[in-house]
Ligand binder design. Sequence first.
Ligand code: PHE
Length: 454
Amino acid sequence: MTTDKRANFGSKLGVILASAGSAVGLGNIWRFPYETGENGGAAFIIIYLGCVLLMGVPIMVAEFLIGRRSRANTAGAYQRLAPGTPWKWVGRMGVLAGFLILSYYTVVAGWTLEFIYEAATNSFADKNAEGFIAAFDSFVANPWRPLIWLVAFMLMTHFIIVKGVEKGIEKSAKIMMPALFILLIILAICSISLPGSSAGINFLFKPDFSQINSNTFLSAMGQAFFSLSLGMGCLCTYASYFKNDTPLSKVALNVATIDTLVAILAGIIIFPAAFSVGIKPDAGPSLLFITLPNVFQQAFGSIPLLAITLSIMFYVLLAVAALTSTISLHEVVTAYLHEEFSMTRKKAACIVTTSCIILGVFCSLSLGVGKEYTLFGMTLFDLFDYVTAKLMMPIGGFLIAIFTGWYLDRKIVWEEITNQGKLKPIIFKTLVFLLKYFSPIAILLIFIHELGLL
Ligand code: PHE
């Protein structure tokens, strides 16, 4: 393993932004609204917030701790902290999860490029809600177009990964994240001011607990893990580049807050607009892509130049948010191959890129020409999403909680959380309690509940 010359993030802000860059992405702006829509709205969001605070934050601290202490890729991290034990499989499962997520996530990331193109060629003009739905359906069913964007997106990720940690990841996150935030606020205001938008606000903020079923909990937990990039070693890999004085729990809290704010903002954009133009909130993965053009069209349609400029800006920023996430996914697998099989970073990155493109092509086709081929009643795309977000990531989170709460020497946990006693240990006890008892039990209960045994 090559650990002596490992890179570091340049600044504290860089650390937060790069981790937030991994967390904030399509998971917040694309996946959160459609999961909320499919699971009945506000009641789902309440459970989601509970998962973020009580499982997400402590498990994020645990991942940070494992990564910084070991200064290795996720699989190597467990080998260092628990040599000769099966714990290394937690890291390996994370690498596999990262690989699978990258393969289908890049498909959707590719869609954002298509929408930049459509925005730039003014093809949103004169369409109504049905028009946007029809256009999206025909785009996804096209056997070539989504594939070209998929390859383009994967290559962009590849080149940033090859350039290395600090220059690539940190720089792009620093400029684009704040810009995305500002644009989201502008769009949220526009969406709320559309006629008939109040039904969307009610859907988002007035809980109807009769909507909750066994699936709601698994979906909310899966969404929390997915959105925070947890349970698969991504933040662990990033933390291996953290400096020794980085305050882990503070960074975790900041990242979770930013991530949640972006998701809620995305909800405030999507639902008022969807209700306003009559799109059903349970439209599934297409929800963002069929709803948002309506906002640009309705709010700015009378000033075409403004509509074009704002929509291009939005899709560019969405693409960048997705890019900071694909980079982090790619980095997990690349760092693993590079350090564990002592191959050059470049070669490792090439292997990851090529194999993810191949799998991604199948995922993409499974939404169009290959729709009728299903496994367990799901398309390949849905299957990858289900297996990673609803199974592998929560299981990974469960094991990480057990590892830090029960296995790891308490002194190590204390040293990392308090930076060798330099930080006040107020939250130390709470974190250990959540990791030791609350998170593992809650995750188990949710799985048992899903299986119908509770
Ligand atoms: N958290 C990212 C998002 O919300 C997705 C992601 C998952 C990234 C897992 C890295 C690891 O878009």
